[in-house]
Design a protein around this ligand. Sequence first.
Ligand SMILES: C[S@@+](CC[C@H](N)C(=O)[O-])C[C@H]1O[C@@H](n2cnc3c(N)ncnc32)[C@H](O)[C@@H]1O
Length: 232
Amino acid sequence: MGIKRKEVIGDCVLYLGDCLEVLPSIGPVDAVITDPVWPKHGGIFGDIDAHELLSRAVSRIDANRLVVHMRNDQDPRFLTAIAESWPFLQMMWMRFAAVGYMGRFLTGNDVAYAFGSWPKSKPGRRVLPAVAPVQTSPTDRSKHPTPRGEKHVEWLVSNWSDGIVLDPFMGSGTTGVACVNIGRVFVGIEVNPQYFDIACRRIESAHSQMRLFGASPVTELEQETLLVGING
Ligand SMILES: C[S@@+](CC[C@H](N)C(=O)[O-])C[C@H]1O[C@@H](n2cnc3c(N)ncnc32)[C@H](O)[C@@H]1O
């Protein structure tokens, strides 16, 4: 079992496999930024106990901090899967401009919880905001059942990492795309070959665009962060 495939795209290393088997071979990283299988996943990812999976994955992680991203209808008690040796730092709100509904629930917000040690203070990141800029661009729902907003994930990566970022539940690769756009080394693991292929394509496309335009969206994000800090 273990690693079934490995792809290297620029500064991103992507593994196809079960993260519980792959994680022991990954060295220390700066930050784990991930959107794991949620407790209320309705079986879309198979017969998975979200609490147990997260607990076993976290016990295999060597990182300075861990940021867990999820929709705000998810029971936060599943975060008890994260051992108390990871100090809780803060919770963050991430809103979507376009909202929908699921039964009585309005789907307009994501949340993220940060654990571990605070990232270094630096210009544009002296104060870490708890409210993200609103995600205005739509997420592509045709490719993965639960893709997160790229701008939200860029905001998390920009604020919460300095070095290598790891996502053991990579899905369609949104964290990898954010890392390419922000300029971070990325390691991603995904168990489903279909989602793995989507992640490879999205990260390859982000990488080609960066090479083509040489753009640096970090500046824009740092400005947004500063504004949020001043206004908030
Ligand atoms: C909530 S989704 C992540 C979606 C991702 N944030 C995105 O934007 O596309 C969780 C992912 O974890 C994957 N997964 C489930 N069990 C896994 C395991 N043991 N190892 C690695 N990936 C796993 C699922 O296939 C799913 O794609």
